[in-house]
Design a protein around this ligand. Structure first.
Ligand SMILES: C[S@@+](CC[C@H](N)C(=O)[O-])C[C@H]1O[C@@H](n2cnc3c(N)ncnc32)[C@H](O)[C@@H]1O
Length: 193
């Protein structure tokens, strides 16, 4: 990512003032390609801690003609998000993060009490946070975490939704469906004000 203290990710994917979509931990990037394919108006940024995959996916975005509308940066989202300007994101996606649930792995968690205020800051009021996991314990932990935040409320009577409404799936989501694994999906809205 650019070196400056403050970054407006819209400056790197064009599209003017309109908020962009953010994927945390895109891995092999399948969701980005599917999502960019369904709507030519969308602009996206991915933050992927694994340099190798960030670089491969960023290159593929360019070679498949999406380079003007999307970038993936080799960054730890927990550090990078602090530099984003407020309200620059319309939807943040966190697909199948944190595939560990032992106590000793707590330090690695990406969706945690320290990331949440940053997500609240960068997602515009009325914007959305979509989380998917195949680990029921993690889904319960995310729900508990989100309940503590006044900045987000469930999109319906609860945050749980049966289907992914974004017309695009992540690689792990495709695999979970093929393997018949249950997928826990949570959708939250950034509270106005
Ligand atoms: C289990 S994989 C899921 C990949 C993809 N989202 C999917 O659903 O197919 C989790 C991904 O999150 C990335 N990741 C983990 N911690 C991260 C962090 N702090 N910042 C950015 N990416 C992170 C991992 O490198 C990995 O690509």
């Amino acid at each position: 990512m650019p070196e400056s203290d403050t970054i407006d990710p819209r400056d790197v994917v064009g599209g003017g003032e309109a908020p962009i979509e953010l994927e945390i931990g895109p891995g092999r990037g399948g969701f980005l390609f599917e999502r960019l394919g369904v709507d030519p108006g969308i602009r996206m940024v991915g933050l992927e801690i694994k340099r190798k995959w960030a670089s491969i996916v960023d290159g593929r975005l360019r070679s498949r003609g999406f380079g003007e509308r999307a970038r993936v940066f080799a960054e730890d989202a927990r550090d990078a998000l602090r530099r984003f300007v407020p309200g620059c994101v319309s939807v943040a996606y966190v697909h199948f993060p944190d595939p560990w649930w032992k106590k000793k792995h707590q330090k690695r968690l990406v969706l945690s009490g320290s990331l949440l205020p940053e997500l609240a800051r960068v997602i515009r009021p009325g914007g959305q946070l979509f989380v998917q996991t195949d680990v029921e314990e993690r889904a319960l932990a995310y729900e508990e975490l989100l309940e503590t935040s006044v900045a987000f409320h469930p999109a319906g009577p609860t945050a749980r939704i049966a289907e992914n409404p974004f017309q695009a799936r992540s690689p792990r989501e495709h695999r979970a469906i093929a393997d018949g694994l249950p997928i826990h999906r949570l959708l939250y809205v950034r509270t106005a004000g």
